[in-house]
Design a binder for this molecule. Structure first.
Ligand code: SIN
Length: 300
């Protein structure tokens, strides 16, 4: 083992998911062995928070993200950074909307949504706030009764963006004519392509209907699922410190960037990695019994 990988420490945030990473300097670049350690930890924990970082250049951020796969192109993001792979996250006094201020899995409306998102918040709001919440969809799936899981495994849902993207970034220089509004049908329960684990794959920002179901039944089921998925038992909360870098797995988690800091400004750089088409493997393995106990309500 070389010196770099010996310094890496992975400290779980909760028994459910999420971990802090210490002893890694992303600005300096990391060797293959360290990358492997980080990659394994990311697959195991779903969200990694790299503490003790310095400001990353776009090149360093893009280089790290590329080691996870080819990059994903956002269908509607404004081209604000000279490096086209960087999506500038920015909310300020005059913003009418704040990116990510609602539960979602990044761009789940794409046929092949991003696998990873890597975000460094460069400017934290004066006076605090601007935390990011995460919810673990493996835990959300694992806590459901077996008969409910079995039913959900047979369903698919429409993920749309025509209600999300048009006009959203108009005040930030987005070419509104070029804004694409993809939509896709994905399984309600997806199998993770790298770990084989199952998770719920619906979110209130993009998922608009269960396919082949009456509108009212679909609305009720989605409302119940959204409520279940965002229970506090499945959540962690990241309180940003200067130059933290987050790396999350959109195939497993949802997130919510809280806009509670108006009139202050928050900004950062986001880079996403191209994922593959979500699928459900009927021969896959069911999760172990969850350590979390929740009251299921109408989903039972
Ligand atoms: C996002 O949804 O990608 C933004 C997350 C954040 O700003 O914390």
């Amino acid at each position: 083992m070389n010196d770099q990988s010996a310094a890496v420490q992975i400290a779980p945030i909760s028994p459910v998911f999420g971990a802090e990473v210490h002893g890694v300097d992303l600005a300096d670049g990391i060797d293959d062995q360290t990358f492997e350690t980080v990659h394994r930890a990311w697959l195991e924990h779903g969200v990694l928070a790299f503490r003790g970082q310095t400001a990353l250049t776009a090149e360093a951020q893009v280089e790290f993200a590329r080691r996870l796969g080819p990059l994903h192109a956002h269908p509607a993001a404004p081209a604000e950074h000279e490096n086209a792979a960087v999506f500038v996250i920015r909310t300020h006094r005059d913003s009418s909307i704040s990116n990510g201020n609602g539960w979602h899995s990044d761009v789940s409306c794409d046929e092949e949504p991003p696998s990873a998102t890597m975000l460094q918040v460069q400017l934290l709001p004066d006076g605090g706030g601007g935390d990011t919440l995460f919810a673990d969809m493996e835990a959300a799936y694992a806590t459901l009764p077996p008969a409910t899981r079995e039913r959900l495994c047979t369903l698919s849902a429409v993920h749309a963006s025509a209600h999300v993207y048009p006009g959203r970034y108009a005040d930030r220089g987005a070419d509104e004519v070029a804004v694409d509004t993809p939509s896709a049908i994905h399984p309600v329960v997806r199998t993770h392509p790298e770990t084989g684990r199952r998770s719920l794959f619906v979110n209130p920002s993009f998922t608009v209907a269960i396919t082949g179901m009456e509108r009212s039944e679909s609305d009720t089921l989605l409302a119940d699922l959204h409520e279940h998925c965002t229970r506090p038992e499945f959540q962690i909360r990241h309180r940003w410190e200067p130059h933290d870098v987050l790396l999350w797995d959109n195939r497993r988690v949802q997130h919510f960037a809280i806009w509670d800091y108006w009139p202050h400004e928050r900004s950062g750089h986001r880079v996403t990695v191209q994922g593959t088409r979500p699928f459900f493997d009927p021969g896959g393995i069911e999760p172990d019994e969850s350590p979390i106990r929740v009251s299921i309500g109408r989903l039972a």
